[in-house]
Design a protein around this ligand. Structure first.
Ligand SMILES: [Zn+2]
Length: 313
């Protein structure tokens, strides 16, 4: 399944999402919360999320991953949950679609959805990074915002004819999309912490930009392309701003590659793997993402720890 023994990865016990939070993510959320009406809308939408109905949609139309169903994906989720020290292993659904996509949605018990397009595109280690990215969204409390964004986009389509209120709603959707793109940078780092394979993360992002034919793709050339892009900070800023107008939920793959390429060599990656990271128990005020969306105690789900402890050394 993988050439790297799972136990060779460092477990990041009690790690706080602050360890991998990108500064752009943090500042975008601060800006979002300053938008007029955002907090009120947030609390109202929170009550509207019918997580059971959401889950039923995927129970009805997708494959639920387990030890017996897509076991190689289940193993990646279980490994990642253990490495990032999630309280439990989230549910994962594989959905038939040629689109390459993955998301973490839900409120009290967020779950992960991956498309067959994504699974087919990536090898085992690349998928480990992708799953780790989604686990990062869950650990950071992003899933509830993502779900709200989906609801808001549906609402905006329905009241587009109504000028009053629609403009404010669009502003909040734009703000949420802008923040969501920045949060991708944080969770790319979370994926790297979960998989601990820098090359696999790079390959995955290169494939997202250039497709599946790895033999035709050159990581060094892509890195040079990313460095070329990254070397022009004004351009980078303006492209990120341009993206704000496009309704995209993800930044360009090359932006993500440039950022992820930078982090292991110039950022905190190795320090975190060495055990130097903020612990969850000291989150305090930093747990702002959970504001208004505190997670009530959820029904027991399979914990990763007993499985891990059962494994032979
Ligand atoms: Zn993401």
């Amino acid at each position: 399944m993988t050439s790297v023994p799972d136990r060779a990865r460092v477990r990041l016990t009690g790690i706080s999402s602050r360890a991998y939070e990108h500064p752009a993510d943090r500042s975008a959320l601060v800006a979002l919360r300053k938008l007029s009406g955002f907090d009120v809308l947030l609390s109202k939408l929170f009550g509207l999320i019918n997580e059971r109905a959401l889950r039923l949609t995927f129970l009805a139309g997708a494959v639920k991953v387990s030890e017996r169903q897509c076991p190689h994906i289940y193993a990646l989720v279980r490994d990642g949950s253990y490495i990032l020290d999630l309280p439990d292993v989230p549910e994962v659904y594989v959905m038939q679609s040629p689109l390459v996509n993955a998301m973490a949605i839900g409120r009290d018990r967020p779950f992960i959805v991956v498309t067959t397009g994504l699974v087919n595109l990536h090898d085992e280690e690349e998928l480990r990074w992708v799953i780790g990215h989604e686990l990062g969204h869950i650990l950071s409390g992003h899933a509830v915002y993502r779900t709200m964004l989906l609801i808001l986009i549906g609402l905006a389509a329905r009241i587009a004819w109504m000028p009053i209120g629609y403009i404010g709603l669009r502003a909040i959707i734009w703000g949420l999309e802008e923040w969501f793109r920045k949060s991708e940078l944080s969770c790319d780092r979370a994926g790297l912490l979960a998989g601990q394979e820098v090359d696999a993360a790079r390959r995955a992002l290169m494939k997202l930009a250039g497709g599946p034919h790895l033999s035709e793709l050159n990581p060094d050339a892509f890195r040079e392309q990313a460095h070329e892009y990254d070397a022009v900070p004004d351009l980078r800023d303006s492209v990120l701003k341009l993206l704000q107008l496009q309704g995209n939920t993800h930044p360009f793959a090359v932006v993500r590659f440039a950022d992820l390429d930078h982090w292991p060599t110039h950022g905190d990656y190795h320090r975190i793997l060495g055990g130097d990271y903020p612990p969850r128990r000291t989150d305090g005020d930093a747990a702002r993402r959970d504001a208004g969306c505190a997670r009530p105690s959820a029904p027991a789900r399979p914990s990763c720890a007993p499985w891990w402890n059962r494994r032979s050394p």
